[in-house]
Design a protein. Structure first.
Length: 626
C-alpha cells in the first residue's frame, strides 16, 4: 500500500477510476432496486405511499450509507489489512495469528462469513441483471415475457466467458462505470427539483419519526433499506487490488455523491407523482433517455456481477490455501495481474445456482426477499473480528473497541433481524447456500484432522529412517528424488513404499513439506528453509502465502545454497496418493464421512496443484480408512 501512496498522481487517478469498475459495481447498481423495494415494504400492497414516509425512507438510506460504508468500512475496516490484503478470510487469518487462545472460535466465524459471502455471490448477479433487464419492459412492454430468458442468456454468456479472464475487458470497466455513476448523479439532480423538500431527508429525525409513526412497518422496511449498502464488503475484499487510498477517493469523490443524488431524485419523483409506487428508477428517465439508460444499466449490472464472481474466485482460492476446502484447479488468466484467476469448479457451481435463482423467482421483487441475510451476516462477522484487530493490533482499550464496533454490530443486528422476516419468502435460499458451504468446510477441516491423526499412528519417525539408511544404504541410482510429506517429523509414505518395492535409493534425496502461511504473500528470502540430515538426505520446507499459486519446482530452482542444485529433468517427485475408504470405527458422523471421501476424490491431484510436471511424478497409491 505504501507503493500506492508514493505513486505518481496520474497513476493514483487511474487507480481511483479503476476501483469504480471492480469495487463499486454491486453498491453502484443498488439504486435500480433498493429504493423501489423500500417503498413496496413500507406501502405493503398499496399502489401509493404516504407523503411523509418518503423522507423517512430516504433518511434511512442516507444514514445507512454514511454509517455503514463511510464510517465503518472506509474509516476503520480498510485499515485492517493483512499485509495489504483484505476480505473476511484475510481478517480471520490476521485475527487468529494475533489471538491463538480463541483460534477455533475465530476459525468458526471465518467459515460462517465465507459461507454467507458465497450466498451473496449467487444472489447478486441474479438480482442485478434481472432488475436491469426488467427496465426493458417499461421501454418496450412487449419484451416483458422475455425478461427471464434474456437474463438467462446474459448470465450464461457471462459465466462461459470467465475462462478467458477478465483482463481483456477490464480496461472498459472503469470508463463504463464512470459514465454509469455520472448518469446516476445527473438523473437524480434533474428530478430533485420536482420536489426540493426531499433534501430535508438528511435530517436523521425523519428516520426516527418514520419508526415512531409505524414501528412495525419501519422494522419491515429496514430489511429493504439494507439493499442500498449491499456491496460494502467489496471495499474490503478488493483492498489488495487497489490499495486503501484509491478506494477512499473513489467513494467520496464519485460514488457517494452520485448515489445520494440518485436516491434523492427518485424520492422527489415519487413525491411529485402523488406517492405512486412502481419503478421510479426507470420511470424518471422516461422518453428518449429510457432505452439507452436501460442498456447502460444492463452493462453496469454485468460488470457488478463480474466483480462479485471474481471476488468469489479469490475467496475460494484463499479457502483452498488455508485448507478449508479441497485442492481445486486454479488457472491464471493474466500474465501480468496475480488476481486474475479462473476456478472452473467454482465458476459452474455459482453459475448453476445463479441460473436456478433467476428461473425459480422470476422477477427481482421476489428475488429481493432472498437478498440481505447473507450480506448482513457477513458484515456482522466483520464487526466481531474487528474487535480482535482493534484490541490486539491497534492496541485500543477493550471498552473503546467494544463500544465502536458494538455500535456497528447493533445496527447490523437490526438489519439482520429485519431480513430474518424474509426467510419464509425466499430468505431461506441464502441461508441454505451458506449452510452447505459451512458444512463442506467443517467436514473438510474435521476430516483432514482425523486423517492426519490416523496416519500419524502408523508413521515412522523421519530421523529413525534416515539414520538406518545412512548406516546400511540400499543400492544407489543416479539423480535426485523429492518425497512430499505433510509432516516433516514423519517419514513420507511414498519413501517407505518406494524402498519396499524398488529396494533402491537415489543419490540425493529431499524430504519436502509445503506450508501455507497465514499471510497473503511470503518474501523470497523466507520461501525455502533447508537442512542437511546426512550425505543422502536433505529436508526442506517451502512456504507460500494464501494468495499465492504454489509452484514447487520454481521455488526449488530459485533456492541457492552450498551443495544444493536443482535440475527438473534429473529429479523425480514421489507422491503418495491416498484412496479413502469407510472405516468401521470413525470419529466422524456417517454423513460427514461420506462427504469427506467424495470431496477427497474430487480434489485436484497434488502434482497439478503444486505445478509439478506430470512426467516427473511417481504416484504411489495407498488405502486409508477414515
Amino acid at each position: 500500500m505504501a507503493s500506492v501512496a508514493a505513486a505518481p498522481a496520474s497513476w493514483r487517478q487511474s487507480a481511483t477510476l479503476a476501483a469504480l469498475g471492480v469495487v463499486y459495481g454491486d453498491i453502484g447498481t443498488s439504486p435500480i432496486y433498493a429504493f423501489r423495494q423500500a417503498l413496496h415494504a413500507s406501502g405493503s400492497s398499496l399502489p401509493t405511499i404516504a407523503r411523509e414516509d418518503v423522507p423517512g425512507i430516504l433518511s434511512l438510506i442516507v444514514w445507512a450509507l454514511f454509517i455503514t460504508v463511510s464510517i465503518k468500512y472506509v474509516c476503520f475496516v480498510l485499515r485492517a489489512d493483512n499485509r495489504g490484503e483484505g476480505g473476511i478470510l484475510s481478517l480471520m487469518a490476521l485475527s487468529r495469528r494475533m489471538n491463538q487462545k480463541y483460534s477455533t472460535a475465530i476459525l468458526g466465524l471465518g467459515m460462517v462469513g465465507v459461507g454467507l459471502f458465497f450466498g451473496d455471490a449467487m444472489i447478486t448477479p441474479a438480482i442485478s441483471v434481472l432488475s436491469a433487464v426488467e427496465g426493458l419492459s417499461i421501454a418496450a412492454p412487449g419484451v416483458e415475457p422475455w425478461v427471464v430468458p434474456i437474463t438467462v442468456v446474459i448470465l450464461l454468456a457471462l459465466f462461459m466467458g470467465q475462462r478467458f479472464g477478465t483482463h481483456r475487458v477490464a480496461a472498459v470497466f472503469a470508463p463504463v462505470m464512470f459514465v454509469w455513476f455520472l448518469a446516476l448523479g445527473l438523473s437524480g439532480l434533474v428530478h430533485i427539483w420536482d420536489d426540493p423538500h426531499v433534501l430535508f431527508a438528511v435530517d436523521p429525525f425523519h428516520a426516527i419519526g418514520f419508526f415512531v409513526r409505524a414501528p412495525v412497518t419501519g422494522f419491515v422496511t429496514l430489511g429493504a433499506v439494507f439493499l442500498a449498502v449491499t456491496g460494502a464488503e467489496a471495499l474490503y475484499a478488493d483492498l489488495g487490488h487497489f490499495g486503501r487510498r484509491p478506494i477512499i477517493r473513489a467513494w467520496f469523490w464519485i460514488v457517494f455523491p452520485c448515489l445520494l443524488a440518485n436516491y434523492f431524485g427518485q424520492g422527489a419523483y415519487v413525491l411529485a407523482h402523488d406517492g405512486r409506487i412502481d419503478n421510479p428508477f426507470f420511470e424518471m428517465n422516461a422518453g428518449w433517455a429510457l432505452l439507452p439508460f436501460t442498456l447502460l444499466a444492463t452493462i453496469a449490472t454485468i460488470i457488478a456481477s463480474q466483480a462479485v464472481i471474481t471476488g468469489a474466485f479469490s475467496a475460494a482460492r484463499q479457502a483452498v490455501q488455508l485448507n478449508l476446502l479441497p485442492r481445486t484447479e486454479i488457472r491464471h488468466t493474466s500474465e501480468t495481474q496475480e488476481g486474475q484467476i479462473y476456478l472452473p469448479v467454482a465458476n459452474w457451481i455459482i453459475a448453476t445456482g445463479v441460473l436456478l435463482l433467476v428461473v425459480w423467482f422470476g422477477d427481482s421483487t421476489r428475488l429481493a426477499s432472498a437478498y440481505g441475510i447473507s450480506v448482513t451476516g457477513a458484515m456482522l462477522v466483520t464487526s466481531v473480528l474487528m474487535v480482535v484487530v482493534a484490541r490486539r493490533i491497534w492496541r485500543w482499550n477493550l471498552a473503546l473497541a467494544l463500544l465502536l464496533f458494538g455500535f456497528f454490530g447493533l445496527i447490523e443486528t437490526a438489519f439482520l433481524s429485519a431480513n430474518v422476516l424474509k426467510v419464509v419468502h425466499g430468505g431461506w435460499v441464502s441461508l441454505a447456500i451458506a449452510a452447505v458451504v459451512i458444512l463442506l468446510m467443517v467436514t473438510w477441516v474435521r476430516g483432514s484432522r482425523t486423517l492426519y491423526e490416523k496416519t500419524r499412528r502408523t508413521e515412522v519417525p523421519m530421523q529413525e529412517i534416515v539414520d538406518r539408511l545412512n548406516r546400511n544404504p540400499p543400492p544407489l541410482v543416479p539423480g535426485q528424488a523429492v518425497f512430499m510429506s505433510s509432516d516433516p517429523e514423519s517419514t513420507p509414505t511414498a519413501l517407505l513404499h518406494s524402498l519396499k518395492h524398488y529396494k533402491v535409493l537415489h543419490e540425493r534425496n529431499l524430504i519436502l513439506t509445503v506450508k501455507t502461511m497465514p499471510e497473503p504473500y511470503v518474501r523470497d528470502d523466507q520461501r525455502v528453509s533447508m537442512e542437511v540430515l546426512n550425505p543422502l538426505f536433505r529436508q526442506a520446507i517451502i512456504r507460500f502465502g494464501y494468495m499465492e499459486k504454489p509452484n514447487v519446482p520454481l521455488a526449488l530452482a530459485r533456492h541457492e545454497e552450498e551443495g544444493w542444485s536443482f535440475e527438473i529433468m534429473e529429479t523425480s517427485f514421489f507422491l503418495s496418493r491416498r484412496t479413502l475408504r469407510r472405516s468401521r470405527i470413525s470419529t466422524l458422523p456417517r454423513i460427514q464421512e461420506k462427504i469427506f471421501i467424495a470431496m477427497s476424490a474430487f480434489a485436484t491431484n497434488a502434482s497439478a496443484y503444486y505445478a509439478i510436471p506430470a512426467d516427473r511424478v511417481v504416484d504411489i497409491g495407498t488405502q486409508v480408512g477414515i
